[in-house]
Write a protein that binds this ligand. Structure first.
Ligand SMILES: Nc1ncnc2c1ncn2[C@@H]1O[C@H](COP(=O)(O)OP(=O)(O)O)[C@@H](O)[C@H]1O
Ligand SMILES: [Mg+2]
Length: 259
């Protein structure tokens, strides 16, 4: 793969649930080390798109490439097998609104679990890897604690460490701070920002528009299953080209409404 080839490429992606068409011809790319913030009203298809990128949801049509692995969907294409799906998913880290840590395992065991069970790493190797990821999210000193003793922000940082322990090529965040009390949002955003600075390729669904403006290279605005606008983060948030983007931002972000 050449240096300049995008890390993620989505082409003509379509997905329906029954008669409801949720994604309608989605096209976008994320450069290697790029950070794209996906914004849009509730129900616009953001979560479905993220789930398609790691094939938790199988698209009806179109193509997805992450790194060197490409899948095409629709007429004339076979659905990927279970093994191919699992291998693909393992290279795509996903962080959800609700952290879903295993309550009966320590923080360290939570982070080691997938490397041991899925990647079949020897325990000492998985432990070192997990500790390195906990270090990265600033929670190495909590390794032996149970999740129930942590704050929501700390739990979400453990969930990020757990995703990183699979050494994914890309990270996907679906409203990772939406379930947190306001005072805990900052520490999670700071962790994501650090990953961006380390060069991780990321797609971030967020309502934290000021954060998107600061951290993302690009903003993609979705509505009703379409990408309405896709542009440089600052420019797009400060001065959207599309009226629909402007209207959406005016609910969330004072900067755009004032212009
Ligand atoms: N598994 C599913 N089955 C049926 N409908 C779904 C499913 N997942 C999402 N939807 C519908 O698809 C639309 C887009 O949802 P979603 O991708 O969650 O949007 P967003 O994340 O932007 O709020 C919504 O109308 C939602 O109800
Ligand atoms: Mg969603």
């Amino acid at each position: 793969m050449s240096q300049t080839e995008p890390k993620i490429e989505i082409k003509a992606l379509r997905k329906s649930f029954g008669s409801l068409e949720v994604l309608k011809d989605i096209n976008f790319k994320v450069e290697q080390g790029g950070v794209v913030s996906l914004i849009g009203p509730s129900g616009s298809g953001k979560s479905t798109l993220l789930r398609c990128i790691n094939l938790l949801v199988v698209p009806d049509d179109g193509a997805i490439r992450v790194g060197e692995t490409r899948f095409a969907f629709g007429q004339g294409h076979n659905l990927p097998g279970t093994k191919a799906l699992a291998a693909f998913r393992a290279r795509t880290g996903m962080v959800f609104q609700n952290f879903n840590l295993f309550p009966h395992m320590t923080v360290l065991q939570n982070v080691m679990e997938a490397p041991v069970q899925v990647r079949k790493l020897p325990k000492p190797v998985a432990r070192d890897l997990a500790m390195a990821q906990l270090e990265k999210v600033g929670l190495a000193d909590r390794a032996q604690q149970m999740p129930s003793t942590l704050s929501g922000g700390q739990k979400q940082r453990v969930a990020i460490a757990r995703a990183l322990a699979m050494e994914p090529e890309v990270m996907l965040f679906d409203e990772a701070t939406s379930a947190l009390d306001p005072e805990l949002v900052g520490e999670v955003l700071a962790t994501i920002q650090k990953l961006a600075a380390d060069g991780m390729t990321m797609v971030i669904v967020t309502h934290e528009i000021a954060f998107a403006r600061d951290v993302a290279d690009r903003v993609v605005f979705m509505r009703d299953g379409y990408v309405i606008e896709d542009g440089p983060a600052r420019e797009t948030i400060d001065n959207p080209r599309e009226e629909a983007t402007r209207a959406f931002l005016s609910h969330f972000y004072k900067g755009a409404a004032a212009r």
